[in-house]
Design a binder for this molecule. Structure first.
Ligand code: MRU
Length: 365
């Protein structure tokens, strides 16, 4: 998608020297900073400390990491070590496990002399596939927006609410929840996006930044405003992303998603989840019981990160009394009964075992 009018992916290989580059999301939306990742420690830190984030991008970053490590040391021991280290970085987004399993199962059987080239090609394949999956989510999701648009007076926008950043910054390109929005905007449909701030880390600022780069009208609101906006008819549809969706359609996503789904249900507003197939955990049925929820540092709660008054420096500002106890569960689970539908790369289905199995008969375990 666009950064200052130029097309970018969130992770890529440098055309000159092949180095792995990322848009370092610690500094967005205030500063555009590109980081180079080389060592296993670089990659693990970038995922753990959220220089890159969002389930699909975490998976792609892991694949690039394996490629870099295999170029240095293609031994069995190095492969297993890299997989173990990366697997421990963030527990909830299943795309990490998915990408590492794919790398390991394709590379392990090879002779070590073949692993570097194969891993490099595999990382590109994972990244390119992600782009295509998300593009297709957009094509299917566009039809939902088109239908709502047809019910509106001429020129009135479809009001879409989203939570967290499930945009192109959370994937390799397009985004998941934002892909239908970009497709609708590019097709000339009037759209307006309510962007949830998404405390504590304010990923909504990333969503606002990328929508702004593309010219999509949007309004940034605090998380607590969602219910009020829904009660007053100002939201036509919600579309969020997901970090892990069970085979039965329970959706784990950024903390606060469940409250949005409850309010949508109470107000009869469709609540859709954009779901790339690598985010489906076919081994899990019960979202509440089987998905590990990441608990992050209390510093994310007691402090807010942003641009300082002089406009250049980025600073952390403390908001709580010194020594306050904090709790920071990073994700929650929305039961499938609250989800109107899942927008996948193969089409839209019910959030149910039957719905997912009908679209993915080849993947059901
Ligand atoms: O903690 P984060 O920023 O990695 O969480 C991201 C989300 O919750 C996204 O909604 C999810 O990964 C879907 S991204 C297409």
């Amino acid at each position: 998608m666009l950064v200052n009018g130029t097309h970018h992916r969130s992770i890529w290989r440098d055309a000159q020297n092949g180095a792995v580059r990322i848009l370092d999301q610690r500094w967005l939306p205030h500063r555009i900073d590109i980081a180079t990742l080389k060592s296993l420690d670089d990659f693990a830190t970038a995922i753990r400390d959220m220089w890159v984030r969002g389930a699909p991008l975490i998976g792609a970053t892991a694949a690039y990491c394996i490629a870099e490590q295999m170029a240095r040391d293609p031994s069995d021991a190095a492969l297993v070590h890299a997989v173990d280290v990366l697997n421990a970085t963030r527990p909830t987004a299943v795309n990490l496990r998915w990408a590492l399993h794919r790398c390991q199962s394709e590379l392990q059987p090879l002779d070590p002399t073949q692993r570097s080239d194969a891993a490099r090609a595999l990382a590109e394949e994972v990244a390119d596939e992600d782009v295509e999956i998300n593009r297709n989510i957009g094509v299917h999701g566009l039809e939902l927006i088109r239908k709502i648009s047809a019910t509106k007076p001429d020129g009135a926008p479809v009001n879409i609410m989203t939570h967290c950043n499930a945009g192109w910054l959370a994937t390799v390109d397009w985004g998941t929840a934002t892909s239908p929005i970009y497709h609708a905007y590019d097709a000339g449909l009037p759209v307006h996006v309510w962007v949830d701030e998404t405390r504590p880390r304010n990923q909504g600022a990333l969503t606002a930044w990328e929508l702004g780069q593309h010219g999509v009208p949007h309004t940034y609101v605090v998380d607590n405003a969602g219910g009020h906006l829904m009660q007053h008819g100002q939201v036509d549809i919600l579309i969020t992303g997901t970090d892990r969706t069970t085979a039965s359609g329970d959706v784990c996503n950024k903390i606060g998603t469940y409250l949005k789904a409850l309010a949508a249900h109470d107000n009869g507003i469709p609540f859709y989840v954009a779901l790339p197939s690598p985010t489906i955990d076919w081994t899990a049925q019960d979202g509440l019981g089987e998905i590990p929820i990441e608990e992050r540092s209390g510093d994310e709660i007691s402090q807010i990160h942003g641009r300082g008054p002089d406009g250049t420096d980025l600073a952390n500002v403390t908001v709580t009394p010194e020594g306050t106890n904090t709790g920071n569960p990073a994700f929650d689970v929305t039961p499938n009964r609250l989800v109107t539908g899942l927008i996948t790369e193969r089409g839209i289905c019910d959030a149910s075992a039957g719905g997912l199995a009908a679209l993915f008969p080849d993947r059901v375990e």
